[in-house]
Design a protein around this ligand. Structure first.
Ligand code: DGP
Length: 114
C-alpha cells in the first residue's frame, strides 16, 4: 500500500479533484475520464480489490453505493441514467489495486461492455 496512488490522493499527498469525502470514503474525478462525468469512489482504508473485502466491510460497500447514487443525483445523471463499474483484477481491467467504483454518466453506454 506504500506506493498506492489512491492512498496518496486520500491522504492529500497528491492532488485530486475531490467530489465528496467523509470519515470513511473519498470520491474524486478520474484523471482520464471516459464520460462527461467520471468519478471514482474509494474507501480511505487500503483494500486491494473486491476479492479482499470481508463481511465486516459490508456496511462500507453499501455506503459506497449510496454515495455513488447521491453523486449521480448531484451531477444531474439520475433521470437519464448512469453506470457503476467495479473492475476486479487484470482480466476486468483493474489497473489501480485500491478498491474503487467508477461512476460514469453524461452519455449513452453500450451493452455488453467491451
Ligand atoms: P481501474 O482500471 O478500474 O483500476 O481504474 C483506475 C482508474 O484510476 C482509471 O480510470 C484512471 C484513474 N487514475 C489512475 N491514476 C490516477 C490519478 O493519479 N488521479 C486520478 N484522479 N485518477 C487516476
Amino acid at each position: 500500500m506504500g506506493d498506492c496512488i489512491f492512498c496518496r490522493i486520500v491522504a492529500q499527498e497528491i492532488a485530486g479533484r475531490i467530489a465528496y469525502e467523509d470519515a470513511d470514503l473519498v470520491a474524486f474525478h478520474d484523471i482520464n475520464p471516459q464520460a462527461p462525468v467520471h468519478i471514482l469512489i474509494v474507501p480511505r482504508r487500503h483494500i486491494e480489490s473486491l476479492n479482499a473485502v470481508t463481511q465486516e466491510d459490508a456496511h462500507l460497500l453499501g455506503r459506497m453505493l449510496v454515495v455513488a447514487r447521491d453523486l449521480a443525483r448531484e451531477h444531474g445523471l439520475a433521470d437519464d441514467g448512469y453506470r457503476l463499474v467495479l473492475n476486479t483484477n487484470r482480466a476486468a481491467g483493474q489497473s489501480v489495486f485500491h478498491l474503487h467504483f467508477h461512476l460514469l454518466g453524461g452519455r449513452f453506454f453500450h451493452w455488453p461492455p467491451g
